[in-house]
Design a protein around this ligand. Sequence first.
Ligand code: HEC
Length: 449
Amino acid sequence: MIEIILSGSLVGLSLGLTGGGGSILAVPLLLGVVGLGLRDAVTVSLAGVGLTALYGALLQRHQVRWGAGALLGLGGVAGAPLGASLGASWPESLTLGLFALLMLFIAWKMWGGTNSSEVPLSFLTCRADSAGQLNFQWSCAGKLVAAGALTGVLSGIFGVGGGFLVVPALVLVTAMPMPAALATSLIGIFLISGAALVANLVALPTFPTDTAGWFLLGGAVGMTGGSWGKSLLSPALLRRIFAVTLVFVALWVAVRSWNQPATERESLSIEFRQSERLETQGREAAQMLFRHLMNRLEQAMADGGVVGAMNICQSDAQTLTGQTAEALNEKGIASIRRIGLRTRNPKNAQDGIDALVLRVFSKNWKRGDASSLAGQVVFLPQTGETRYYHPVPVAASCLACHGSNSDITPDVAHVLAELYPEDQAVNFAPGDLRGAIVVTFEPGPSSEP
Ligand code: HEC
């Protein structure tokens, strides 16, 4: 619980000090520190960030330009889905690289900018009256919505971190001073997070209320501190803090684009679906394959002991899986595969989506969250593919080949080392999650959940 509150406060603090961009921390903290599964991390972060931002806007209400924030936020809500679908079709390293460059550029502008009236592209800027209030004409409202939509498209393309674009967009269009832009960006973030949360909950209405509650509590504490801290700092210093944060984010993004495969991007675009029909169909297919494999395994163990079975498994497991897939083709199933949390046979390697689902499975597995121990239907919007993931637990009978040193006899270890020099699939204990059987449905109307 304490780690949830602390994570929340960190997010709140950074939202308070750097505006909407602070939300970038939420998902990594919820995944890494709190240990939520991906889907829960996304919904809790959206709810936590959205409500913390709203609370922050109320705390700093004398600095918030409500109209500007709302227009920008609405533009963002409209633009984000477009950006997400655009971004999905670009190579990830290109998008992340561009994003890092954009961040560095903005950081440079922010660092150098001394005074808000010196915005270089003044024709883009709404006029303010002598009291500093915006002149809300159509053209100004239009510019704000357009800037919001552009921000939304960019954050949709770039995924996490897009929130950092809201503040520079506000400064550019409204020429408002930095403290006001930071406070106003919170309204935009509230609207954008809220819309994304609703979309997620409509797709799958489950939500870990307790975790979200503690996270929000932490967020409120951090935001109170951040708002107070912000009021002590001069606008120039705030700009520089923002610029330095951007440089760090840009570096982080660049490093990530360098050494991370496609999983994170895909995380934003897989949807967990509920469909009794597909679950039943997938479960039956998975159980059929499992039965075939177990029969063969038992027979091989009876004939040739563990070592003999190992040799037979090497060829027969793949053949049997292929045959089962063929038999299932008539039932609208395109393919069936086995994957491991840790892999033995390179032919069973995970793809990016597999890795992601397994991460979610294993987190839930550790928490003993019964609802998620069942199979899961997953939809991939980019390819239109529908899959069913069936968790495979470790039984005592698996240990002779997948257990620890004390379970695996030296001659078995010897054969293993020979057949699978890169074997990872050992040190499992009974009751652990071993992996999953992945059923991919034929595309078409029958695979629509
Ligand atoms: C006789 C040794 C042996 C036993 C017992 C055994 N396995 Fe395996 N297992 C293997 C071998 C060899 C492979 C790699 C060959 C293949 O299946 O493609 C493998 C692969 C797998 C895979 C595919 C992923 C990967 O890492 O390649 C899963 C899942 C799996 N085993 C689960 C189990 C479960 C669950 C049990 C117990 C019910 C079990 N195994 C018992 C030898 C064994």
